[in-house]
Design a protein around this ligand. Structure first.
Ligand code: HEM
Length: 456
C-alpha cells in the first residue's frame, strides 16, 4: 500500500512538531488498565492475562489521563506498548476527526467489538487492516449488517416478533426472586437464539457452551487455542447452518438469507455468530440499568408507567431507552474505540506512520467532569433530546462510519426486557448499593449485581 498521502489534523498543533509522549510510569499504568493490552493480547500470549483488567476493577485511570492531557496541552499522546506506539486522543477537540474520518484514513478493526465482558476479541492483524480486498469485503459485510439489523430505521422490521419473544422469555422469571447475572444471561441468550436463529434454537445450551468456550479461548496457549477454536467454530457453524436453513423469515439469519450473495463471500454463519455474541452484551447492561433504577425509585415508577402504556407494545419506550443509554454512558460495553491509520497521518503538526493504532478512550470522555455536566451521576434526561444521538462526547455505540449497526436493536432488546420486568414488578435492594446522588463507582462488575424483584 502506498504511503504518499499525509492526512492533516485540525486542532491546535503540538509544540515544535514533536509527538507528546507519555512517561514510562504513565505508559505502564495506562497499559495495565486500558485497551492497549486488548490490541496486543493475541500477540503477547499468556502475558496478556496479566495485563487484562478485571471486570470489577476500574478499567481506566481517569486521573492519569486528565493529568496527561493537562501536561501536554490536550495534544494526542503517544504511548509505547509491547507492539509499538499507540496514539491516545484525550482532547474532545479530536473527537470529530476520529469519528468523521473515512476508512481510507482511519480503518476500523474487524466487527468483533461489542462483546460480552471478559470475552476475548478476535485478533486484528495489520495484514487484514492493510489489505484492500479485505476492505472491500468488510464494506460488503457492513452493508449486509446494516440491512439485516435495519440500522437506518428507527424501528426494526422484526420489532413485533422480537417483542413477543422477549415477553415470552421474561415471563419465565416468575414473580418474586433474586436476579443475578446467571439467570439474566439464561433468559437473554434464549431470546437471542430465537431472534437470530429461530424458535428451534431456543434451548440449545450446547451451542451456547461452544460459544462461551470460543470466547474464553484467549487464555490458552496460542497453538492449542487455535486448534480448539477451529473445532468449536466448525461445530457451531454446522449447527447454525442447520438452524439457518429452516429459520423463520423475521429472524436475523432469515433476513440475511434474502440478501443476494452470488460470490458466496458474505459468510452468513460467521455473521450469525457475531450477532449472538453482540447480543450477549445485553445481560450486563440489563442488570446495570435495573440496579440504577433500584437506586432511583421515582425514575423506576416513571418507566413502569411508560412500560404499561399502549405505546410500549410497539417498542416505543423513550424514557426507558434514555435510562439504558445513560447506563451505557456510565458503563459502556466498549470503553475504548480503536482505529489504525491507513496512510502517513499528521495530527496537530506531528506525523505518524501508516499502521499507527489510534485509541479513543470513550469511557474517559463520556465521564469527563471537565466537559460533561454531572459526569458521575445517573441523569437519563440528558438523552431525551434528538441531538443527544449526535453528541460526540458520548459514544456508547460510536459515531459515523464505524457506528454500531445494531445500536437500535440493542436498545430495543435491553429496554424491552426492562419493560417486561418493571411492568408488574418492583426492583429494589440492589447490590452493590449505589448512592443516588453519586458519584457512581467507575465500574460495576455484573457478576456481583443482585436485585430483589417483587410483585407491584
Ligand atoms: C447495547 C448493545 C450494544 C452496544 C453498547 C454496542 C456497541 C458497539 C460499539 C461501541 C461498536 C464499535 C463502534 C466503533 O468502533 O466506533 C460496535 C460495533 C458493532 N456492533 Fe454493536 N453494540 C451493541 C449491540 C449490537 C447488536 C445487538 C448487534 C447485532 C446483532 C451489533 C453489531 C455490531 C457490529 C456488526 C459492529 C461492527 C461494525 C463495523 O465495524 O463496521 N451490536 N457496537
Amino acid at each position: 500500500m502506498t504511503q504518499s498521502t499525509t492526512t492533516r489534523g485540525q486542532a491546535a498543533p503540538s509544540e515544535g512538531g514533536r509527538p507528546a509522549r507519555a512517561g514510562r510510569a504513565e505508559a505502564v499504568r495506562f497499559a495495565a488498565t486500558h485497551t492497549l493490552p486488548v490490541l496486543v493480547r493475541d500477540l503477547v500470549g499468556p502475558h496478556a492475562r496479566l495485563l487484562r483488567p478485571e471486570p470489577g476493577r476500574p478499567r481506566w485511570p481517569a486521573a492519569t489521563l486528565r493529568a496527561l492531557r493537562a501536561r501536554h496541552g490536550g495534544a494526542p499522546v503517544l504511548l509505547r506498548g509491547p507492539t509499538g506506539p499507540t496514539l491516545v486522543l484525550l482532547d474532545p477537540l479530536d473527537l470529530p476527526r476520529f469519528h468523521g474520518a473515512p476508512p481510507s484514513e482511519l480503518a476500523t478493526y474487524p466487527p468483533d467489538k461489542c462483546r460480552a465482558p471478559g470475552a476475548a476479541p478476535g485478533p486484528p492483524t495489520r495484514d487484514e487492516d492493510h489489505d484492500e480486498d479485505h476492505d472491500d469485503l468488510r464494506e460488503r459485510r457492513r452493508e449486509v449488517n446494516e440491512i439485516v439489523l435495519a440500522s437506518g430505521s428507527p424501528v426494526h422490521p422484526s420489532c413485533g416478533p422480537f417483542l413477543a419473544v422477549i415477553a415470552d422469555e421474561a415471563g419465565r422469571l416468575g414473580t418474586s426472586h433474586t436476579l443475578g447475572l446467571a439467570r439474566a444471561r439464561h433468559l437473554v441468550t434464549r431470546a437471542a437464539r430465537r431472534m437470530v436463529l429461530g424458535d428451534t434454537a431456543a434451548g440449545d445450551e450446547e451451542l451456547a457452551g461452544w460459544l462461551d468456550r470460543l470466547d474464553a479461548g484467549g487464555d490458552r496457549g496460542a497453538q492449542r487455542r487455535n486448534r480448539t477454536a477451529e473445532t468449536l467454530r466448525e461445530k457451531a457453524g454446522a449447527r447454525i447452518a442447520r438452524y439457518a436453513a429452516g429459520a423463520e423469515p423475521y429472524t436475523l439469519v432469515g433476513r440475511a438469507r434474502r440478501h443476494p450473495d452470488p460470490a458466496g463471500t458474505l459468510d452468513p454463519i460467521g455473521q450469525a455468530l457475531h450477532w449472538l455474541r453482540a447480543l450477549d452484551t445485553v445481560p450486563a447492561t440489563l442488570l446495570r440499568t435495573l440496579l440504577l433504577l433500584a437506586a432511583h425509585p421515582a425514575e423506576q415508577d416513571a418507566v413502569c408507567a411508560e412500560a404499561r402504556s399502549g405505546a410500549a407494545a410497539k417498542g416505543e419506550l423513550p424514557r426507558l431507552r434514555a435510562c439504558v443509554q445513560e447506563t451505557l454512558r456510565l458503563y459502556p460495553v466498549v470503553p475504548d474505540l480503536v482505529r489504525v491509520t491507513r496512510t502517513e497521518t499528521e495530527w496537530r503538526g506531528v506525523r505518524h506512520p501508516a499502521g499507527t493504532p489510534v485509541l479513543l478512550p470513550a469511557l474517559f470522555h463520556q465521564r469527563d467532569p471537565e466537559h460533561v455536566p454531572a459526569a458521575d451521576v445517573f441523569v437519563p434526561g440528558r438523552w431525551t433530546s434528538p441531538a443527544s444521538r449526535e453528541d460526540l462526547r458520548m459514544a456508547p455505540f460510536g459515531h459515523g462510519v464505524g457506528r454500531c449497526p445494531g445500536d437500535r436493536l440493542g436498545l430495543l432488546v435491553v429496554s424491552a426486557f426492562c419493560a417486561e420486568l418493571l411492568r408488574g414488578h418492583r426492583v429494589r435492594d440492589g447490590r452493590p448499593a449505589l448512592d443516588p446522588v453519586g458519584p457512581l463507582p467507575a465500574a460495576l462488575d455484573p457478576r456481583r449485581i443482585r436485585l430483589t424483584i417483587t410483585r407491584r
